[in-house]
Ligand binder design. Structure first.
Ligand code: GCO
Length: 464
C-alpha cells in the first residue's frame, strides 16, 4: 500500500523563520519637499527629461510618508513580523553633511513606533540609492572617497537617535546598482546621477568607495548603537547556476561565481577581505586604486548577509582556459515583466550555497532581503487583481529557499519585494512589483491574489 505524506507537512519552514516584506524610501515615501527633506540625486535625475519612463518621479510615489499607518495595518493583515525599509539620507541630513533634521528623525520614529504597536520588527537599510544631491554637487558623490566618511557620519546620526528602537541595520543596498549602473554608459537604462565616466577604472573606483562606506558604516553603527545590534550588508551577487548538478558543472558554477557580474570586486572584498584574484586578472588595469588599510576597513565582521535574488545565470563546465562558460538563454525562455527577469528559481538556492561554499561562510546567517517580480497586473471588473503569474514565480522561489534550509544552509528569513507597487527607478510606475496594487490616482491600496497566497503561506509556515 502506498503511504502518502500529509500535505500539511510539506515545505515547512523552521518555527522562528522571519517572514517579511521590503520597500525603499525613494520608491514609496513621496513628500519630497516636506519635513525639511532636501533633494536626492533621484529627484534631480527623474525631473530630467528622458531619464525615467513617462517622466515619472518619486515626488508623491505611494505617499507612504502620510499613509504609513494604513500601510503598517496592511502588513499586520498579511501576517509579517518583519519589515525591511530604508531611511532617506536627505531627510536626516538634508545637505548630506552637517546639521541633523529633527523632523526627518521624527518621521522614522513614528513609523517604527507604529510597527511596534503591531508587533512588527523593523530592519532598516541606511542607503537605498538616494544620495543627497548636495554631495553630488559638492564632490560628485560616489566618485569621491569623502562619500564614505560622510556616510559613516550619517550612520552615526541615525543610529544614535533611533538605535533604541531599531536593532537590525543594513548598510548599503546593492552596490553595483548605484555605482556601475549609474556611471557606466553601457547600462541601459541608467541610474541616478547618470554621469557616465570615461574609464572602467573610474567606474570601479566608485564601487570601491561604496565598499569603504559599508566598512566605515559598520564601525559607526556598532559604535553609536545604545544596545547590542545586528549589522548586515545587502548584496545582489550575480548568481551562477549549474546547468545540471553533475560534479563538473557544480565546480564550474563555483568558479564562475568569482567573475560573474561584479561579484569578484564587490561580494568578495566585503566577505573575504580581498578582491577575487580571478576578477583582478579579468580587470587588469581597470581595477580600482586600493589604499593600504582599505581592505581591512571593508572586511568588517557581519552579523548577517542580505541577498537580493531575482534571477541567475546558467553555467557549465567547458574545455577552455577557465574551465567554465556562461550560457545565453534560448529564445522564448520564460520571463516575468522585466527584460532582465528570466525565471531561474534555483538561483535562490545557489545564491545561498555560494555564500556558504564559494565564499567560505557556512555559518553566516543569510536573509533573502528581496525576491519578487513585475507582472502585467490589471484590476478586473470585480475590482480584483488575480496575479497567478506572480504566485507561480514566488511559489517556485520559496521552494528553492526551502531546499537551502533543508540541506542545512543558514537561511533565516525572507523579505518579499515588494509590499506594494512603487516607483521602479528608470521604469517609473510602468512596472509593478507589489503584492498590493496601488492606484496612483487615488492612492487606493488593493491587495492582490498574491497577497492572500503569501498570507496563507505565512499562516501555515510553509509554501502553499
Ligand atoms: C533593488 C531594488 C529595488 C527594485 C527591485 C526591482 O534593490 O534592486 O532594491 O529597489 O525595485 O529590485 O527591480
Amino acid at each position: 500500500m502506498v503511504t502518502l505524506r500529509k500535505v500539511e507537512t510539506m515545505y515547512k519552514f523552521p518555527e522562528n523563520f522571519y517572514w517579511g516584506a521590503a520597500t525603499a524610501s525613494y520608491q514609496i515615501e513621496g513628500a519630497y519637499r516636506e519635513g525639511g527633506r532636501k533633494l536626492s540625486v533621484w529627484d534631480t535625475f527623474s525631473a530630467t527629461r528622458g531619464r525615467v519612463v513617462n517622466g515619472d518621479t518619486g515626488a508623491v510615489a505611494c505617499d507612504h510618508y502620510h499613509r504609513y499607518r494604513e500601510d503598517v495595518q496592511l502588513m499586520a493583515k498579511l501576517g509579517i513580523k518583519h519589515y525591511r525599509f530604508s531611511i532617506a539620507w536627505s531627510r536626516i541630513i538634508p545637505d548630506g553633511r552637517g546639521a541633523v533634521n529633527k523632523e526627518g528623525i521624527d518621521f522614522y520614529k513614528r513609523l517604527v513606533d507604529c510597527l511596534d504597536e503591531y508587533g512588527i520588527t523593523p530592519h532598516a537599510t541606511l542607503f537605498h540609492w538616494d544620495s543627497p544631491q548636495a554631495l553630488e554637487d559638492l564632490y560628485g558623490s560616489w566618485q569621491s572617497r569623502q562619500m564614505a566618511h560622510d556616510f559613516a557620519d550619517y550612520a552615526t546620526a541615525v543610529v544614535s537617535r533611533l538605535g533604541d528602537r531599531i536593532t537590525h541595520w543594513m548598510t548599503l543596498n546593492e552596490i553595483p546598482c548605484f555605482t556601475h549602473m549609474s556611471y557606466d554608459a553601457h547600462h541601459k537604462p541608467l541610474h541616478a546621477p547618470g554621469k557616465p565616466l570615461k574609464t572602467r577604472k573610474e567606474i570601479w573606483q566608485t564601487s570601491h568607495h561604496a565598499l569603504l562606506a559599508h566598512g566605515m558604516g559598520c564601525q559607526a553603527i556598532r559604535a553609536a548603537s545604545p544596545v547590542p545590534c545586528q549589522v548586515a550588508l545587502v548584496d545582489n551577487p550575480s548568481v551562477t547556476v549549474p546547468i545540471n548538478e553533475s560534479p563538473a558543472n557544480v565546480a564550474a558554477a563555483k568558479n564562475a561565481f568569482h567573475t560573474s557580474g561584479q561579484n569578484g570586486g564587490i561580494t568578495f572584498p566585503a566577505l573575504t577581505g580581498t578582491y577575487s584574484p580571478a576578477m583582478l586578472d579579468k580587470l587588469k588595469g581597470d581595477a580600482p586604486d586600493i589604499q593600504s588599510g582599505d581592505l581591512e576597513i571593508i572586511h568588517q565582521p557581519l552579523d548577517a548577509l542580505g541577498l537580493n535574488i531575482y534571477t541567475g545565470t546558467y553555467v557549465r563546465a567547458a574545455d577552455n582556459e577557465l574551465g567554465y562558460e556562461f550560457l545565453n538563454l534560448p529564445k522564448g525562455y520564460p520571463q516575468m515583466y522585466m527584460p532582465w527577469l528570466s525565471i531561474l528559481p534555483e538561483s535562490i538556492y545557489w545564491g545561498i550555497r555560494h555564500v556558504s561554499e564559494t565564499l567560505g561562510h557556512n555559518d553566516l546567517p543569510v536573509y533573502i532581503t528581496e525576491n519578487g517580480c513585475a507582472a502585467q497586473d490589471e484590476v478586473n471588473t470585480t475590482g480584483e487583481v488575480i496575479d497567478t503569474d506572480r504566485i507561480m514565480y514566488l511559489r517556485q522561489h520559496l521552494k528553492s529557499a526551502h531546499r537551502a534550509i533543508s540541506e542545512g544552509y543558514p537561511l533565516k528569513g525572507y523579505f518579499l519585494w515588494s509590499l506594494m507597487d512603487n516607483f521602479e527607478w528608470a521604469w517609473g510606475y510602468s512596472r509593478r512589483f507589489g503584492i498590493v496594487y496601488v492606484d496612483y490616482k487615488t492612492q487606493k491600496r488593493i491587495p492582490k491574489a498574491s497577497f492572500e497566497w503569501y498570507a496563507e503561506s505565512i499562516h501555515q509556515n510553509r509554501v502553499v
